[in-house]
Design a protein. Structure first.
Length: 125
């Protein structure tokens, strides 16, 4: 999967963080055949429980996650992948952000409380 550095990584990362982010990017490039949209679809369904039909946009960037340690291999520390997406749902749209390490737990652990979720709904009266 194609993962990029966070937009303002120079303001947010130490040199150690940057090296860990590069390792995560390499890990994802070499080991993950899925696209950000496929991972986003799983996260959107976790947030909206199967009421969404289509992922409109999805991106994957590096991000720090205080709840993990070396999830992508040795020396990756607390670095993770942040998936952001917009999806079309039954009654509107949903925008989500979720850590890939949480999305890996789909079906085993409810992780919606760790996600960014924002909905825009239509009034169908």
């Amino acid at each position: 999967m194609k993962v990029t550095l966070e937009k303002n990584y120079r303001d947010l990362y130490t040199i150690t963080d940057l090296e860990a982010a590069k390792l995560v990017i390499k890990y994802e490039k070499d080991n993950d055949d899925w696209t950000p949209a496929k991972w986003a679809d799983m996260a959107i369904r976790e947030a909206d429980k199967d009421h969404c039909y289509d992922v409109i946009t999805a991106t994957a960037t590096t991000a720090k996650n205080g709840r993990i340690w070396n999830a992508y291999g040795d020396d990756t520390g607390r670095m993770d992948v942040w998936i952001e997406a917009v999806g079309e749902c039954y009654a509107g749209y949903i925008k989500i952000g979720a850590y890939l390490s949480d999305i890996w737990e789909t079906g085993a652990t409810a992780y919606a409380e760790h996600m960014y979720i924002r909905r825009a709904t239509f009034d169908d009266r």
